[in-house]
Design a protein around this ligand. Structure first.
Ligand code: B12
Length: 286
């Protein structure tokens, strides 16, 4: 005896998981399934199982039930797209690359980032929040957008400031946060403007930021956080930097941040986007 639907809590399309599980359990010898008899998918699965296992003499039960059922329309083929929003939302990596290359004929790299890729990821995030998309889709969207960023990065590097070094900057995503797409864009732009960037990666403890800043004598530090839950880690990092007595400026960025929050935690600058980070670097380091 088995309550079949417990298997699918927290998943989309529970019905599909439940009915597949029901088939597996029947095959393993399930005698009594506890199912909702008002959900056709479940009772239909039992009907098909009986048919296939020879429990439905002459297929009579199955034929009686389905002989007059309308044919299921064929699903639409997963077509190609010319729309970067759709390519990112559906996690289509090669399309994302190709469309980005075409967009580069009419737009600058920063225009593509700010007008296309960030809004596309924002839309995905909103749908995730509403429960319309699920984590595997969020991951695929992130991967598709990263393909696009890679294309842009190559081009940005070509127009870079060459061997000139205007000063060192640390960038890091704070402890507990693994979002690094925005931080990586900031890094690319700063390198392009001629700064030496020490990228500490993501999920970086406050102590690592402080130790590196002191050891490398870094005068500008960029911190990224994308979640409300990781804002305290950002505040902690700024506090530890101040406590160390190391003289440096701190700029912070990430979708959840505001200029008010920057002031509140004692950061020197709030950067709305990657371009703003380059303006701040110019002000601090020249
Ligand atoms: C892509 C993405 C992911 C990817 C991240 C891949 C990666 N390598 O980064 C994956 C799938 C792994 C992921 C995981 C999760 N995610 Co997520 N994710 C997103 C999404 C859709 C886009 C973020 C993004 O990359 N945007 C594009 C970049 C370019 O924008 P940006 O980061 O804001 O950066 C720009 C500026 O802000 C600024 N900037 C950013 N950082 C910095 C730093 C400095 C120094 C400066 C100067 C400027 C600057 O410049 C950048 C370029 O212009 C957002 C939704 C959203 N609207 O943001 C959710 C979102 C951030 N995720 C969310 C959540 C909840 C999660 C998970 C907890 C989900 C889960 N249940 O596991 C995990 C987090 C795990 C963890 N511990 O971190 C929530 C956070 C909610 C909240 N307010 O706290 C969001 C908002 C989605 C939502 N609406 O619910 N996620």
């Amino acid at each position: 005896m088995l309550g079949v639907s417990n298997i699918s809590f927290g998943l989309p399309n529970r019905e599909l998981v439940n009915r597949t599980f029901l088939s597996l359990a029947l095959e393993e010898g399930l005698d009594l399934a506890i199912i909702n008899p008002n959900i056709p998918a479940m009772t239909e699965t039992v009907a098909a199982y009986k048919l296939l296992k020879g429990f439905d003499k002459d297929c009579q039960g199955f034929v009686d039930r389905f002989a007059n059922a309308p044919a299921t329309p064929a699903p639409a083929a997963p077509g190609k797209t010319d729309d970067i929003f759709e390519a990112v939302a559906k996690g289509l990596k090669s399309e994302s690359r190709e469309i980005t290359k075409r967009l580069m004929e009419t737009k600058t790299e920063l225009e593509i980032i700010n007008d296309c890729l960030i809004p596309a990821l924002d839309a995905v995030g909103t749908r995730y929040e509403k429960g319309e998309l699920f984590l595997p889709q969020l991951l695929r969207a992130a991967e598709a957008s990263q393909e696009a960023f890679e294309v842009l990065k190559v081009n940005i590097a070509k127009t870079g400031a060459g061997g000139v070094t205007k000063g060192k900057i640390i960038v890091a995503t704070v402890r507990g946060d693994i979002h690094d797409i925005g931080k990586n864009i900031v890094k690319t732009i700063l390198v392009n403007y001629g700064y030496q960037v020490i990228d500490l990666g993501r999920d970086v403890p406050p102590e690592t930021v402080v130790e590196t800043a002191v050891r490398e004598d870094v005068k500008l530090i960029g911190l990224s956080a994308l979640m409300t839950t990781t804002l305290p880690a950002m505040a902690e990092t700024v506090a530890l930097l101040r406590k160390s007595g190391h003289a440096c400026k701190v700029m912070i960025g990430g979708a959840v941040l505001t200029p008010d929050y920057a002031r509140e935690i004692g950061a020197d600058y709030y950067a709305r986007d990657a371009k703003a980070s380059a303006d701040i670097a110019k002000e601090v380091l020249g």
